[in-house]
Design a binder for this molecule. Sequence first.
Ligand code: KG4
Ligand code: ZN
Length: 347
Amino acid sequence: MTARGRVLGIETSCDETAAAVVERGRTVVTSVVSSQVDLHARYGGVVPELAGRAHVELALPVVTDALAGAGLDRRGRSFEDPAGPVGIDAVAATIGPGLIGALLVGVSTAKALALAWGVPFVGVNHLEGHLYAAMLEAPEIELPVVVLLVSGGHTLLVALDAPGSYRVLGATVDDAAGEAFDKVARYLGLGYPGGPEIDRLALSGDASSIRFPRASTAGAFDFSFSGLKTAVVSYVRAHPQVTNADVAASFQEAVVDVLVAKTVAAATEIGARGACLAGGVAANSSLRARFAEVFDDRGMRSYLPSRAMCTDNAAMIAAAGYFQLERSGPTPLDAGAVPDLQLRTSR
Ligand code: KG4
Ligand code: ZN
């Protein structure tokens, strides 16, 4: 690894094909994301077969774009010095969790480049990537922080003690937060993905019009959302006159209440300096507003990454790859992709 610590990150776990170059796990040189959301929208969800095929078509153009953004040609050499050394120190790719056919495209691309360039390959846990997203936009961040990771597939509360060192404090016992948004949106006849639709509709609804349940769980920092989804369906059946806007606003309020309350409790318990949002649901306007307000009231910092950093991107994978390489070294080139990879407390 040269002093610049330049890692090329590649992300293809779901429906975004992304590549980025990040220096020393902190400075984003370039980040390119090609979303397939339009490709899948007509099916109301991601179609794995289509995602894999699209990644195959997009991987090289996206990587080439990212390299160009870092001043490098597709062979990884500087445009100014095409006969000079490779300008990338390691290649990181998401190895899981995700769709197997999608993951394999990024993993194979990264291994091929690492082998051709004679640099290390690092296989990164996608969820660990999300933990670093806020840090990339707030280099001054003071640790430890609690990260609330809320996406279409995951809902996790994690204590980030130092780069590469984290503890899982809680998780959903059933549906992920984003999944609840998507399912309720589908029931209400709104578009896909449902989260942004509910967010928009909720602006014109009354969040206190319906009191939906705030589920309690055995674990203090665990979450449960499937009962809430059932409560929404039962309520709408029993009250056919209710407006979608009032349902959306009241449902969103119930989700945000639980997410914020548990994050505050976790931050207080571990003596955190602040808290970060991560994952696609972190784009939710009500969650962002309440998160900022509640931590501000307690004199703690809150970190709200931009929408581009909340959703899937490769800069966070490159950052996670850098810290993993420093702590644990490269990943063997015969390592596979792991669709159900979990986030486990690190040593
Ligand atoms: O992290 P992400 O882009 O993909 C993964 O699941 O990895 O998250 C997508 C999820 C979807 O469930 C989507 O409905 C939700 O994030 N989402 C939102 C908002 N924007 C995206 N949920 C609530 N409010 C939003 N504004
Ligand atoms: Zn994600």
